[in-house]
Design a protein around this ligand. Structure first.
Ligand code: GLC
Length: 500
């Protein structure tokens, strides 16, 4: 071999050594990065743990806080608000009623015709529309004028030729925010939740605000019932099944209400005339307990929300927040590894990952997770990622959703415990002559009705906590449009009792 040949051979050997060296270093680096990813993921998973022991602690804490909230105003983070609903619809209601449902991403107007004699709801028309984002931050006059206008259009469209401008109509108004009620048809807004921030409305009587806006718009309508969405859902649930004792919403926000004995509502005895029961709006979105599995991602999310330090339970469970918790974990992984390529920027913006997209990725059952890849590329402008990385995304979603669903399940069992329907054998344990009484819980909201993994995790956890025998007596029933229809039913019930 000549000098040139020898030089070349040595050169080539050196190059291949360098390449091999680079590859080995890269592999080691990749392995290190992957092990960092695994570390982040398992730390997150541990932080989200909802072992059965922990869920039982949450159940007990919920029941204890319910007692405290009923004993005095400010006695608990659970407001346990009186609704003045002491009669639930019984099927006797008759006539045509309207309902207006304002509370989350959408707002709905409805008209229902009731035939009496527990007949079915004869006719029920709904119109939905998104709430323009600028109205969620503007003035109360703008918001209520917009609602009144939409309602007026709907009335004109529905009544057509039967329309009688002189006729006064009864309205059920579902207003899904914390309201201190003074009667079944009026109440004052305590604070906003779910991203609404119309400062001048806080402290105002919201039924009056709406009635004034309707008058300004030339619509003759009276608010006969002002209700929370949970209360509407309970009313419709009870209309269909008298064993319905509680209602839960798991949508943009989360909350629950239930029927409480009036003698257990210690804080407002002077206001309670009926000796039976009354529906209490728990505002459980604000529930807090040191037993809740909270991670650094929850803390960061809370720090960046307008209602910082508020609605802690809601921020771990509801649709407004689950997507963003997931995004935060993925963002951290993107910053500390390259498994998502250069996707860190795509994941940096708060709330880009919406919960419905998260649900769609979770439910992708294609072998190569095609849908996950498509959603990330089309909606988050992320580059195409490997199958391993897509699996990781689904893994994070699963942890977030499972925790949320299981905590909601613990909340439900907490209510059953408080009213003696959890089979634990205390006073009013729900056992009649050895048999456990049937209890129905109506559940409304997209997370439960439209996200099957969430629903399965929740149902499974209720059985796990209660045990098979007691769980058999508990029915979790999906409700649809109950928040609105129920408000119309309550308007009818209120109108019916004032006729008597
Ligand atoms: C928020 C509201 C509450 C409502 C719930 C579900 O938590 O404060 O009133 O019921 O969202 O919409």
């Amino acid at each position: 071999m000549g000098r040139v040949g020898l030089g070349l051979a040595v050169g080539c050997a050196a190059i291949s050594c360098t390449i091999a060296g680079i590859l080995v270093t890269k592999r080691i680096k990749n392995r290190r990065k992957w092990s960092r990813v695994v570390e982040i993921l398992s730390e997150f998973e541990d932080g989200c743990s909802t072992s059965i022991a922990r869920l039982r602690q949450v159940v007990d804490a919920m029941a204890v806080e319910m007692h405290a909230g009923l004993a005095s105003d400010g006695g608990s983070k659970l407001k346990m608000l009186l609704t003045f609903v002491d009669r639930l619809p019984d099927g006797e209601e008759k006539g045509t009623y309207y309902a207006l449902d304002l509370g989350g991403t959408n707002f709905r107007v409805l008209r229902i015709q009731l035939g009496g004699n527990r007949s079915v709801i004869l006719k029920h028309e709904v119109e939905r529309q998104p709430i323009p984002e600028n109205l969620m931050m503007g003035t109360s006059e703008d918001l209520f004028d917009f609602i009144a206008m939409s309602l007026k259009h709907f009335v004109v469209k529905e009544e057509g030729s039967e329309q009688r401008p002189d006729r006064s109509r009864e309205l059920g108004f579902t207003f899904s925010f914390p309201v201190r009620q003074v009667s079944v048809s009026s109440g004052f807004l305590i604070k906003w939740t779910k991203g609404f921030a119309i400062e001048d409305a806080v402290g105002k009587d919201v039924a009056q605000c709406l009635e004034e806006a309707m008058t300004r718009r030339g619509l003759d309508m009276r608010v006969a019932a002002l209700v929370n969405d949970t209360v509407g859902t309970l009313a419709l649930g009870h209309y269909h099944d008298e064993d319905t004792v509680a209602a839960v919403i798991i949508g943009t926000g989360t909350n629950a209400c239930y029927v409480e004995r009036t003698d257990a509502i210690i804080k407002c005895q002077g206001l309670l005339t009926n000796s039976g029961g009354m529906v209490v709006n728990m505002e459980w979105g604000n529930f807090w307990s040191s037993h809740l599995p909270r991670t650094s991602y929850d803390v960061d999310l809370d720090d960046e929300t307008a209602n910082h330090n508020d609605q802690g339970f809601e921020k771990m469970i509801s649709g407004m927040y689950l997507g963003d918790i997931t995004r935060r974990v993925l963002y951290r992984i993107a910053q500390e590894s390259d498994i998502f390529g250069d996707a860190a920027a795509s994941l940096s913006a708060p709330f880009v990952l919406r919960t419905p997209l998260m649900a769609a990725m979770h439910e992708d059952d294609s072998p190569d997770l095609r849908e996950v890849s498509r959603i990330l590329q089309e909606n988050l402008q992320m580059p195409e990622i490997s199958l391993k990385a897509r699996r990781l995304v689904v893994g994070v979603i699963d942890i977030v959703t499972r925790r949320a669903a299981r905590l909601a399940a613990a909340g439900i069992v907490g209510i059953l415990k408080k009213i003696g329907r959890d089979g634990s054998g205390g006073i009013g344990s729900g056992k009649t002559k050895g048999k456990i009484r049937r209890s129905v819980v109506a559940i409304e909201g997209g997370l439960y009705s439209g996200y099957s993994m969430f629903r399965e995790y929740l149902n499974e956890a209720v059985v796990e906590i209660l045990g098979d025998e007691v769980a058999e007596s508990v029915v979790l029933r999906v409700s649809e449009d109950g928040s609105g229809i129920g408000a119309a039913l309550l308007a009818a019930t209120a109108a019916h009792s004032s006729d008597r």
